[in-house]
Design a protein around this ligand. Structure first.
Ligand SMILES: Cc1cc2nc3c(=O)[nH]c(=O)nc-3n(C[C@H](O)[C@H](O)[C@H](O)COP(=O)(O)O)c2cc1C
Length: 200
C-alpha cells in the first residue's frame, strides 16, 4: 500500500507555493499518495490588496483545495511549508495548526512523520528559527520529526539541516535553483524512507 503524504502550506507571494508543488511532485514520483493543501487565508483584504504579488497569488489559488484537519489525520507523513515571518511561522499556518485541538486530544496526530520547509527574503533571516518554531507544535502532537540533517551531499550545498529553505532575495523573486530543488527532493525521499520503515 502506498504511503500517504500531506503537503500543507501557506504562501502569500507564491514562493512557498512553488516549493510545495515541487515537494508534492517528488512525493508522487516516489510512489506516495499525495494531498497538496494550501491553508486558508486569514489576512484582511486591505493587507492583501496592498501587495500586487499577494493579491495575484490569492486569485490564482482561489480554487485550490484548502487544508482541513482530516489531511493530517489521513497522512502517514506531513510536510509543512511556511514563509519566514519575523523569524517565525506565518500566522495563517499557525491558525491551521491551532485548529487541530480536537484531533490532538484524540491522539490522531501522533506517530506520524513530520518535517518542514520555508522561505525568507534574506540569507540569515530566520529560516532555522522558523523551522524550530514550527517543530515545537510537532512535539506536542507526539510526532516523529525527520529533519534532513546532513544525510546527503546536497545538504552541504543548501546548508539547512533543519529542513529546506529558499532565499527570495532583495526583490523577493529569486527562482528556486537546482540546489533547493534537489534539497526538497531529498527531504521527501528521506521522509518517505523513514515513514516506510515505521509503517512496515
Ligand atoms: C510580515 C513579514 C515578515 C517577514 N519576516 C521576514 C524575516 O524575518 N526574515 C526574512 O528574511 N524575510 C522575512 N519576510 C519576507 C518573507 O519571508 C518572504 O517574502 C517569503 O519567504 C516569501 O514567501 P511566499 O512568497 O511564499 O509568501 C517577511 C515578510 C513579511 C510580509
Amino acid at each position: 500500500m502506498s504511503l500517504k503524504l500531506a503537503v500543507i502550506y501557506y504562501s502569500a507571494t507564491a514562493t512557498v507555493d512553488s516549493m510545495a508543488r515541487r515537494v508534492a511532485l517528488a512525493g508522487e514520483k516516489q510512489g506516495a499518495e499525495v494531498r497538496l493543501r494550501h491553508v486558508e487565508e486569514i489576512a484582511p483584504p486591505a493587507a492583501i490588496d496592498s501587495n500586487r504579488e499577494w493579491s495575484e497569488h490569492v486569485a490564482a489559488t482561489a480554487d485550490a483545495p484548502r487544508a482541513t484537519p482530516d489531511d493530517v489525520v489521513w497522512a502517514d507523513a506531513v510536510l509543512f511549508g511556511t514563509p519566514t515571518r519575523f523569524g517565525n511561522v506565518a500566522s495563517q499556518l499557525k491558525n491551521y495548526l491551532d485548529s487541530l485541538g480536537p484531533q490532538w486530544s484524540q491522539g490522531q496526530l501522533a506517530d506520524k512523520v513530520y518535517a518542514g520547509f520555508t522561505a525568507s527574503q534574506t540569507q540569515h533571516g530566520g529560516q532555522e528559527t522558523t523551522l524550530l518554531a514550527l517543530y515545537n507544535t510537532m512535539y506536542h502532537f507526539g510526532g516523529i520529526l525527520v529533519p534532513p540533517g546532513y544525510t546527503d551531499p546536497v545538504k552541504f550545498a543548501d546548508g539547512n539541516p533543519y529542513g529546506v529553505g529558499h532565499v527570495t532575495g532583495p526583490d523577493n523573486d529569486a527562482p528556486l535553483e537546482n540546489t533547493q530543488l534537489d534539497a526538497l527532493d531529498h527531504l521527501v525521499e528521506r521522509v518517505l524512507e523513514v515513514t516506510g520503515k515505521l509503517r512496515s
